[in-house]
Design a protein around this ligand. Structure first.
Ligand SMILES: [Zn+2]
Length: 78
């Protein structure tokens, strides 16, 4: 049985899911404003895959983003 047809379907689903990932990260990142206390999220760290760690100094919330690069480093949001 030939299952090669499934590969493009997975690719299409994967590509179609990327905007959903970006959208949910955008909602979490909230333009750099902490959703819990309204403080400013600070860029604290990067991982080896290019993800960015954001920390709120006011309440200690942190979150990782891989698509959103924030406003630091000269590049704008996705
Ligand atoms: Zn906070």
């Amino acid at each position: 049985m030939n299952l090669l047809w499934i590969i493009p379907i997975i690719l299409i689903l994967w590509i179609g899911a990327i905007p959903i990932f970006i959208y949910s990260e955008k909602a979490e990142y909230n333009d750099g404003i902490c959703k819990h206390c309204g403080g400013k999220l600070r860029h604290a760290d990067n991982d080896s895959q290019g993800g960015m760690l954001w920390v709120c100094d006011d309440c200690g919330t942190h979150l990782w983003t891989s698509w959103i690069k924030g406003n630091e480093g000269g590049t704008d949001n996705v």
